[in-house]
Design a protein around this ligand. Structure first.
Ligand code: PMP
Length: 307
């Protein structure tokens, strides 16, 4: 990742990709206190290359920093402009963007005093998180032996660097077992989310998703609420058990990277027909139309990167 051409925005300046470095005593590297976003830009039919729901991602980045008590040295406008600039100046038609705020090497220790918050934004081509077939056929998922974070152990509403140890352990376990993703339960045993996705199921023509208690407030999740409403569905937020998932008619994950991803199997139990269900398919195609600029009514979700 480090040895390539391009530009990374670091603390207000465009820096050559290979020179965008930090010291080994960078505080966030030691203790994981940092916040980040995962954002995508698509080549749209209406607006050229545009960042999907940029405002919502930047708002969440600032909420995450606020929750962790990190000072932000830039305002939202500066961060939005930086994200557009990295896509534009790296000549990317479609991109995955990674803004991150981290503590520098000004000091060490848990007191975290006298530290400065540094901000970076990188962008690169990352076309598909899963195989293209997975979007149609769905993926195999395994209930994780790792519990999702508890609200009083870490701050679940913050997209915080350190939170992702839990996600990585769960994903590795699932991959090692021949599955493609993990489903994490909360500390009471109810379905929470995937390692990097929110979860939905369809049962008897109703769409359900877990309450947000210990899940990330996903921007794709919010988008699905709006798209489902247009189809006449009010999504019900409720506690979901793993056996409710086994007998669901359809299930899917949502996330910026995963987009709308059908789940065909959980713990060896086939879900519904064992492939993408009709409601999943409808929402998925509406989502792809929205990100690709084919829905004029959702044009305000697109932030064109052209100056
Ligand atoms: N949950 C977790 C733990 C995540 O990391 C992500 C990805 N950011 C999501 C859910 C989905 O969020 P979004 O739709 O905003 O990408």
């Amino acid at each position: 990742m480090a040895d390539r051409d391009g530009l990374i925005w670091l603390d207000g300046e465009m820096v050559p990709w290979r020179e965008a470095k930090v010291h080994v005593l960078t505080h966030t590297l030691h203790y994981g206190m940092g916040v980040f976003e995962g954002v995508r830009a698509y080549n749209t039919e209406s607006d050229g290359t545009a960042i999907f729901r940029l405002k919502e991602h930047t708002d969440r980045l600032f909420r995450s920093a606020h929750i962790l008590g990190m000072n932000m040295p830039f305002d939202k406008d500066a961060l939005n402009a930086a994200q557009k600039a990295v896509v534009r100046e790296n000549n990317l038609e479609e991109a995955y963007l990674r803004p991150m705020c981290f503590y520098g090497s000004e000091g060490m220790g848990l007191r975290a005093d006298n530290l400065q918050t540094h901000v970076m934004v990188a962008a690169w081509e990352w076309p598909s998180y899963m195989s293209p077939e997975a979007k149609e056929l769905g993926i195999k998922v395994r209930t994780s032996s790792y519990t999702r974070h508890h609200v009083n152990i870490t701050m679940c509403k913050a997209k915080a660097n350190g939170n992702y140890i839990n996600s990585m352990l769960a994903l590795k376990e699932a991959l090692d077992c021949g599955c493609e993703e993990a489903l994490l339960l909360d500390n009471e045993g109810y379905v929470a989310e995937g390692s990097g996705e929110n979860f939905f199921l369809v049962y008897k023509d109703t769409i359900y998703t877990p309450e947000l208690t210990s899940c990330l407030d996903g921007i794709t999740r919010g988008t699905i609420f709006e798209l489902a409403a247009e189809l006449g569905y009010t999504i019900k937020e409720k506690r979901i058990t793993r056996d409710e998932v086994y007998v669901a008619d359809e299930a899917f994950f949502t996330g910026t990277a995963a987009e709308v991803l059908p789940i065909r199997e959980l713990d060896g139990r086939i879900i519904g027909s064992g492939k993408r269900g009709p409601i999943t398919e409808k929402l998925q195609s509406m989502y792809f139309d929205a990100v690709k600029g084919r829905r004029p009514q959702n044009r305000d979700w697109l932030a064109p990167v052209a100056k």
